[in-house]
Each structure stands twice: as C-alpha cells, then as structure tokens.
Design a protein around this ligand. Structure first.
Ligand code: FE2
Length: 393
C-alpha cells in the first residue's frame, strides 16, 4: 500500500467571463508596479489589452513585456528575470500560451532569488528555489498546456529541454476564461488541444496515478474528445471552447499530480532538435507510444477508449486497447496534424540523435507503466517515422 501527495488548484476562476475576477484579485495584493508577461502576437491583436485595460483603469502601473518566444530558450528566461529584478516589480501577471505563463512563473519566483536561471535548472543546476516569489496571476489564452496549475517552467537548451520546478512556482491565482481562446487559430487550437489530451492520457496511465487524478483525467478526456474537433472547425463555438478550457484545466491538475510519461519524454527532443511546437510533438508521437506500451496498461486503455466516446463493453481489454490506439490516431488526424515524423520533414537519419536525447528524460520516463529503455525508444521513433504502430518483441 502507498499514499499520494495531492496538490490541487490554486485559487482558480474557470468559465466564460472569469476574467471579471482579475481586478478584485489583484486588489488583494495592493501592488504598485505590475509586470505583464505576454506573447507579442497577443499584444498586437489587442488581447493583452483585455487584461491591462482594467488594470490601468483601476489605477495600477503596468509594464507589458513581450520578449516571449515559443519553446523559450534559456536566454529568454535569463533576460526576463534580469529585467524583473532591475525594475522593482511587485506583481507578475502571465497572459498567453504555455511559454508566456512559464516565463511569468520564472520571473515571479526568481525575482526574490539570486543567481542565474541556469543555476536552478533541474538537470544541470546547483541551486534550489527556497522561498516564495512575487504575487503571481496566470491567465491562459490557449486550452492546452495546463501551465496555470503546475509548478514547472520549461526552457529549451541547445538540443533538448530542462525545467525549473518547485511548489513556489505555483501561481497565487489562475483565471481560466474560455472567452480569451476564441481568437486562437485552428492550427494552434489543434496542437494545444492534443497536448491537453496527452496530459490526461499520460496521467491516467502513469505509475503515479491515483483515484483523484484518475477522475480528473477521465473527465478531461471526455470534454476534449467531444469538443476538440468542433473548436478547431469553428473557433467561435462557445460550448466547444468552454469544454476545451475546462478539459485543459482538469488535465493540468491531473498530470501535475500524476505526471506525464513516455509521450512527453520523446516529444521534448522533437522540440529541441527540430523546433516542432510542443503540442505537435506530442500529437505525432501519441498513438505510437500508446501502441508500444499497450500491453502494460490494457485495462486503463479500455477506460480511455470509453472516455474518448468509444465503447469497450463487448470487447476484451486487449481489443479495447487496440481500438484506443486507433481512436487516438484518428483524433490527431481529424484535427489536421501530420501523423508521421516524415510528415514534419524529420529525416530518418535523425532517429539516433532523437533517441540519445529521449533517453535523458529519465524523470519523465520513470512514470511509464512499461519501462522504456534506449532500444524501445529507438523503435518508437522508427514506428512514428514509418507511420506503423509497433510493440515490443
Ligand atoms: Fe505538455
């Protein structure tokens, strides 16, 4: 027998119109100088104004920082932390996709620490986060990363990724308002949505899963499965956007507690070496990793099939798990994401270096129900290149 540590949501507002709670929540901290970290595109299309407008009207001094890039490299984090320390901010608000939110977490927590961001990296750093950072509000504008409820910030290194992680990176307030996701283009809706689906699927089959994370994961899968295609097809679909927003939030809570596994571990090198967006990297690998580990978690995959809208009632667990792989492959294809590595123009000659970097993701691989060693990882990349799901010998 064993027990689980569960860290559930920070103070969160979810659902259409939740952004109304921004001003009252900010007011509780009485900040003098607020730093808003956001994606440049969101500032350009005026979405960031939805946050900064009420703050300025409320009399707060607001600085908007837009040096945010997808899959942010370490240097982007270093620059932002230096900027935050040098300008005496006393609150940080992150508005955007996972990159903006992760960077906002870093800025808030490292503003109260010394040293470089590099010093705090999980794999290679020598220092650890010791105290709480500046008050932090996170407002996602995509339905995918779950960054608003996790204690982790991901940074890109030369060919791979590393993280800064500590419970002091948890936000004080999360505002998850689907209205902010309406203008997200179909491609980004698809990639971030499959990322959220992957969080839920991987949390459900994680060796660290428990009944609480199971409940969150299965409901996240139900919401995403019934709404992702609709949200991609018609971004204005209020119900689909609302489902995706809640699905992503629940998936975030689930994987924060149970962890993600093989799909994310193998996806990181695709982002690191080929700059493929995080959601796309997960999407292209999801069916192949699930096929490879299928026999280690057939019953759980039968549950996932049901949550995806399938029916396992008259099937054996083995039959249902095959169907689950098919269903995952179908949803990735339906939202328009290439279903092979070749579809992302990754050459077969890259599979060795992808494998070499994939093996390094030990922290994540440890949660796979089937241990994935170097030879297994190579086989999975090969199957994703060929477009043919495979299994261990
Ligand atoms: Fe993810």
């Amino acid at each position: 027998m064993s027990f689980s540590k569960l860290v559930f949501a920070p103070l969160s507002y979810t659902g259409w119109g939740a952004l109304e709670q921004l001003l009252p929540e900010v007011g509780k901290y009485a900040p003098k100088k607020i730093l808003v970290v956001t994606d440049p595109m969101l500032a350009k299309i005026g979405l960031t104004d939805r946050v900064t407008g009420p703050l300025k009207t409320g009399g707060y001094e607001v600085t908007v920082y837009t040096e945010v890039v997808p899959e942010p490299p370490l240097e982007t984090g270093e620059n932002l932390v230096t900027f935050t320390r040098n300008n005496g901010f006393d609150m940080v608000i992150g508005v955007g996709g996972g990159s903006a939110l992760d960077l906002a977490k870093l800025a808030a927590v490292l503003a109260t620490h010394e040293g470089k961001v590099a010093d705090y990296l999980n794999l290679t750093g020598s220092r650890s986060v010791e105290k709480k950072g500046l008050p932090l509000v996170l407002i996602p504008t995509t339905s995918g990363t779950g960054s608003e409820v996790t204690n982790i910030a991901v940074l890109s290194l030369e060919t791979t990724k590393d993280v800064v992680t500590h419970d002091f990176l948890l936000t004080d307030v999360a505002i998850v308002d689907p209205e902010l996701t309406v203008s997200v283009p179909p491609k980004v809706t698809a990639a971030t949505g499959i990322d959220a689906l992957t969080h839920a699927v991987e949390a459900y089959i994680s060796v660290n899963a428990n009944p609480a994370t199971d409940a969150l994961a299965l409901q996240a899968i139900r919401l995403i499965a019934r709404s992702l295609r609709k949200a991609v097809e018609n971004g204005e679909d209020k119900q689909a956007r609302t489902d995706m927003s809640h699905g992503s939030f629940l998936a975030g809570l689930s994987f924060f507690n149970a962890g993600v596994a093989g799909v994310h571990a193998l996806a990181y090198p695709l982002g690191g070496q080929f700059h493929i967006a995080h959601g796309d990297s997960n999407a292209v690998l999801l069916p192949y990793v699930m096929s490879y580990i299928r026999r280690s978690c057939e019953t759980r995959m039968a549950d996932i099939l049901d949550a995806l809208g399938g029916n396992s009632s008259f099937l054996s667990d083995a039959e249902a798990s095959y169907k689950c792989v098919d269903e995952l492959k179908r949803i990735v294809q339906d939202v328009g994401i290439p279903s092979t590595l070749a579809g992302f123009k990754i050459p077969e000659t890259a599979l060795d270096s992808l494998t070499a970097d994939g093996v390094k993701q030990k922290r994540i691989l440890a949660r796979s129900p089937l241990p994935l060693l170097e030879a297994d990882i190579r086989k999975i990349y090969q199957s994703a290149f060929d477009g043919v799901p495979t299994e261990p010998d």
